[in-house]
Design a protein around this ligand. Structure first.
Ligand code: SAH
Ligand code: SF4
Length: 361
């Protein structure tokens, strides 16, 4: 069993079954999530027989590193992991706040300053069942859900790498492969594990979950009143247009999604982000912007517009900068705040929607 699949209570129960005192569980937990140990020998504060038992009962590695790629600007790293069943997943580290960075990102999507951010984009599934036509992950289809430990392990991998250079993860976005709300329980368990104050202690507000808009899950998430940021991938302001690029719209219409978002804001008082991949001539006209603004009227929200990243299976092209600015200004004139997000990691296929478990040559 993968050790990252256990929460602290489960670990404590297990140690009790082994007739070990409860404080041993805390020591192991702290070793894993504060010292970032990834092999039993490193737990030198445990007696040898217990280290041996850990080695017998658990695996400490969720995957092997198949390869990694750094973007040409050096700010983005994509790592391709191979799971024991040979499925491939990817996770991306984005460094912001370095001197050569584009000042545009200083007004960050979450409204905070962007100095020295170390943002991880992690996967929740191998592949994805939602089939959005513009998304490389959607194009590859669904392989399987990740366990909570496999989600956590992606974070620990990069946390160790950053620790070696005296840095740490500052933000985690669940925007890699997969639909987090399709794997709800494991995703939330992973967040809770990383959030645990006795362990990794990663603040809830520094997570962002992005969803294709699974309405019952949005409502459940709202009821749980989590402090985690919520982003909704909308991409169209009209049901027919959305259905043409996002099959999920057959099940959940735009009105239902926006209603669920209003419920979320009412329950949590937190702002919702809408993600908008700007596709030339498809969803980037001033008319579309006005239609979108009308739908979002009165909702505490923000639109994150990002020019489409190219993928092999979709012919749409990115909106150019000038059209993107007009789109943003049209929204803002109608009272909806909008940020145009920088494209990052395009040259290594690590931008949004480009994580297909393959490698570029
Ligand atoms: N399944 C979730 C999270 C993963 S996708 C979701 O869909 O929200 C992360 C973000 O990338 C989503 O907003 C998604 O719509 C967007 N995206 C997918 N393909 C893209 C592409 N080719 N260009 C730009 N954004 C894309
Ligand atoms: Fe899945 Fe999100 Fe890609 Fe749609 S955009 S196919 S929901 S990963």
């Amino acid at each position: 069993m993968l050790i990252y699949d256990l929460d602290l209570d489960q670990l404590t129960n297990l140690l009790t079954e082994w007739n070990e005192p409860a404080y041993r569980a805390k020591q192991i937990w702290q070793g894993l999530y504060q010292h970032l140990y990834n092999s039993p020998e490193q737990f030198t504060n445990l007696p040898k027989f217990l280290r041996d038992k850990l080695a017998q009962e658990f695996t400490f590695s969720a995957f092997t590193v198949k390869t990694y790629l750094d973007s040409s600007d050096g700010f983005t790293r994509k790592t391709l992991f191979e799971l024991p069943d040979k499925n491939l997943i990817e996770a991306v580290l984005m460094r912001y706040g370095d001197p050569a960075d584009n000042p545009q990102i200083v007004s960050s999507p979450t409204g905070r300053g962007a100095k020295n951010r170390r943002t991880l984009c992690i996967s929740t599934q191998a592949g994805c069942a939602m089939g959005c036509v513009f998304c490389a992950t959607g194009q590859m289809g669904f392989k399987r859900h990740l366990t909570s430990g496999e989600i956590v392990a992606q974070v620990m991998y990069y946390a160790r790498m950053l620790k070696d250079v005296n840095e740490s993860v500052t933000n985690i976005v669940l925007m890699g492969m997969g639909e987090p709300f399709h794997n709800y329980d494991n995703t939330m368990a992973a967040i809770d594990r990383l959030n645990n104050p006795d362990g990794f202690n990663f603040g809830a507000r520094r997570f962002t979950i992005s969803t294709v808009g699974l309405v019952p899950a949005i409502r459940r998430f709202a009821d749980e009143k989590r402090q985690v940021n919520l982003a909704i991938s909308l991409h169209a302001a009209d049901d027919e247009e959305r259905l043409a690029i996002m099959p999920v719209n057959k099940r959940y219409k735009i009105d239902d999604v926006i209603e669920a978002c209003r419920y979320y804001v009412a329950q949590t008082g937190r702002r919702v982000t809408f993600e908008w991949a700007l596709i030339n001539g498809v969803n980037d006209t001033p008319e579309v912007a006005r239609k979108l603004a009308a739908r979002l009227k009165g909702l505490l929200c923000h639109v994150n517009a990002i020019p489409l990243n190219p993928t092999a299976g979709y012919e749409g092209r990115a909106t150019d900068r000038q059209r993107a600015i007009i789109f943003k200004e049209t929204l803002e004139q109608a009272g909806i705040p909008c940020t145009i997000r920088m494209r990052r990691g395009i040259d290594i296929q690590a931008g949004c929607g480009q994580l297909a478990g393959g490698l570029v040559s």
